[in-house]
Design a protein around this ligand. Structure first.
Ligand code: GLC
Length: 478
């Protein structure tokens, strides 16, 4: 049987370059396909921040030039193979040798360039994919360009576009990108209220559109979640599907995790040792009985920080300890640090991004807080479950698809949930959870067991993607 050829195009991939969950997905999903069935390759920009240990191992495949406006611009294609996956890195120092990944005035131009290179590099790498799988606005132009300008070159290539976050769409004034796009009128599929919307271009042009959870796919058709593209999402229902992300179970395993104080599996006692050691390290009162509530998050509006700050003093009246880890909006950073200073025996705000420390917190936590306003998938709640930290989440997007309210009479469910974006509903849910922890050890043990048994392996997601790859390439009839 012929192997299916798939090329992932994205703006980040762990462990090379990461700003968020997208990188984790691009780092893990390709590995989850069986190499006998699928030849998956990945292309990302060669950022200046890619660690030297990887750069040293890359080699140059070829060099060519792409037309951007009136200029022919250099493109070097570097490559490196890791865990059966071939990675390509687009080298152009002018565009990508800068600190960080995004946030530049010319981000639009940088990713127009990247998208064009993705399409023009195929003969140079001698790889003509059956499926070109693009992710988020940075590569949203690829399905559009393939359809409008390159179709006769790649007759057998289908495109998949995955929405990881509808909030970022790549919206630009027509005149900002007209030159670099080499267009003299605004095509309807890119047009959004007289401007350019790259994500809309992908939604209209791709053969298949996916979101990172089934609930998010539904939500995006609603103006509350659709960020202005809910109408388009309603129109393309026939080619849209939600496929839940997984987590890298070899990295996130309390049994083998090298970063945590004490490895454990099915042992509340050993898990509690992680809590008391963390309490010591953070200078909190050492007490295995007090429930530890943890939040590990980007501190921004999406994550529901407003709900927490609205009832923070009430939360801290409960018999618990609360530890927050993350960076983001400085307003939240100051606010949380201030509150933590007011409750030195109950709360810590760790305003930093620290991967090993985050593992220690998952291992120490009894409860994990994630009351997002919207959440396309969310990875932390799945990691928390694996470490036996019981999630308290709002029922939205991927949170709704991964966490179910614990039902004490049937002993089903793996966490605590609430529906409305309302601070007192959150408070009430935390009170319930803390109450069960203190007063109902039998149900708590049943809940812990359900949590650690939740299965979010990438293999599941990969087999769903494969089914749809086959469907759009005509390899199977449905
Ligand atoms: C984005 C979303 C998050 C999702 C991740 C990976 O960061 O906000 O919910 O888990 O992409 O798909």
């Amino acid at each position: 049987m012929q192997k299916l050829k798939v090329l992932f195009a994205a703006s980040e991939a762990f462990p090379f370059a990461k700003s968020g969950g997208l990188a984790d997905v691009i780092g893990a999903l390709p590995k989850a396909f069986s190499p006998d069935e699928v030849d998956v390759r990945v292309v990302i920009p060669k950022y200046g921040s890619i660690p030297k240990e990887f750069v040293d191992k890359m080699w140059l495949v070829d060099v060519f030039y792409v037309r951007i406006g009136y200029t022919d611009v250099y493109a070097g294609i570097m490559t490196y193979k890791k865990d059966h996956v071939t990675y390509y890195f687009v080298d152009n120092e002018y565009y990508f040798k800068r600190p960080g990944l995004y946030g530049y005035y010319d981000d639009g131009e940088r990713f127009v360039y990247f998208s064009r290179v993705v399409l023009e590099m195929l003969p140079f790498i001698d790889f003509y994919p059956d499926v070109l799988h693009c992710h988020d606005w940075q590569t949203a132009l690829v399905p559009f360009l393939l359809k409008e300008q390159y179709q006769h070159h790649y007759l057998n290539t289908k495109t998949v576009f995955t929405i990881h976050n509808m909030k970022f769409q790549g919206r630009y004034g027509f005149h900002d990108l007209q030159g670099v796009l080499n267009i003299d009128y605004l095509p309807p599929s890119l047009e959004y209220y007289g401007e350019i919307n790259l994500m809309k271009g992908a939604l209209c042009s791709a053969d298949l559109v996916t979101t990172v959870s089934p609930s998010y796919a539904e939500e995006l058709k609603d103006p509350y979640y659709g960020e202005g593209l809910d109408g388009v999402m309603r129109d393309i229902t026939y080619k849209t599907v939600g496929i839940l992300n997984g987590i890298d179970t070899s990295v996130y395993s309390p049994k083998t995790d090298p970063h945590i104080y004490k490895n454990y599996i099915n042992s509340i006692e050993k898990k509690r040792m992680n809590k008391t050691r963390l309490q010591e390290d953070l200078g909190l009162p050492v007490d295995p009985q007090v429930p530890m509530l943890v939040m590990i998050s980007r501190l921004d509006e999406q994550k529901g920080i407003d709900l927490i700050t609205a009832v923070i003093h009430e939360i801290l009246q409960l018999d618990l300890q609360f530890v927050v880890l993350g960076t983001g909006n400085s307003h939240y950073e100051y606010l949380l640090s201030d509150v933590a200073a007011t409750y030195p025996n109950k709360m810590r705000s760790l305003i930093q991004f620290d991967e090993p420390l985050s593992h220690k917190l998952y291992a120490a936590a009894d409860l994990f807080l994630m009351p997002s306003k919207f959440e396309p998938c969310g990875l932390s709640q799945m990691i928390a479950l694996r470490y036996g930290a019981i999630p308290i989440v709002r029922e939205t997007g991927g949170l709704r698809d991964t966490v179910q309210y614990f039902n004490a009479s049937e002993k089903t469910g793996n966490g605590f949930t609430f529906a409305t974006y309302n601070a007192h509903d959150l408070l009430f849910t935390i009170q319930k959870a803390v109450g069960m922890y203190h007063h109902d050890p039998d149900n708590w043990a049943a809940l812990e067991l359900n949590a650690t048994k939740s299965d979010f392996h990438w293999r599941k997601s990969a087999s769903e993607y494969l089914y749809f790859y086959k469907k759009i390439t005509g390899n199977i009839k449905i």
